[in-house]
Design a protein around this ligand. Structure first.
Ligand code: FES
Length: 171
């Protein structure tokens, strides 16, 4: 027997808040009414930011239902891009680029300094939940290598001293 989803979203167990839905609506309004799914990328950011920085399957199902798209299509987008999280992360997520330009300009030292300073490894979160470290591919800021992204802000030409300043500023 062949089961066809007919491009329909499967119902979800979680409801998105009205505040979150209003933000998503501001994006869906930019597209034709029958193309609401075009807003999936910014909508995933909105949901992730509103629910502790990571996307559970219930949240993705709820978003799929709201945008009227198959759950699997939301999962495909959410697992393709490194900016989406699927397990708890620190309030301040340090995404360190280790791709070629950053690697040639010392990203290994950047990571080593962060790990020592925070006492955690890549993929881990500090005990107080304030910081987590993530290793990412090129973020398009090669001219300022080595770089990292923290709370949607890029920090470039990093040195251990600059890293300490960045950490101190958010502590
Ligand atoms: S290689 Fe790091 S930003 Fe491009």
């Amino acid at each position: 027997m062949v089961v066809t989803l007919e491009n329909k979203a499967i119902s979800s167990k979680q409801e998105l808040s009205s505040e979150v839905l209003a933000k998503i609506d501001s994006w869906t309004a930019k597209y034709p009414k029958d193309q609401r799914q075009s807003a999936v990328i910014p909508a995933l950011h909105i949901v992730q930011d509103a629910y502790d920085g990571s996307l559970t399957s219930d949240l993705m199902d709820a978003l799929a239902a709201y945008l009227g798209m198959p759950n699997i299509s939301v999962y495909e987008v959410a697992t393709f891009y490194s900016m989406y999280e699927h397990k708890p992360v620190g309030k301040n997520k340090l995404s360190v680029c280790t791709n070629i330009s950053c690697m040639l300009r010392g990203s290994d030292n950047v990571l080593a300094h962060l790990k020592t300073r925070l006492g955690i490894s890549v993929g881990e979160m500090t005990e107080d939940g304030k910081f987590s470290i993530k290793e990412v591919e090129c973020m398009g800021a090669c001219g300022g290598a080595p770089m990292l992204e923290l709370n949607k802000v890029y920090y470039e030409n990093l040195t251990p001293e600059k890293l300490d300043e960045i950490i101190d500023a958010v502590k």
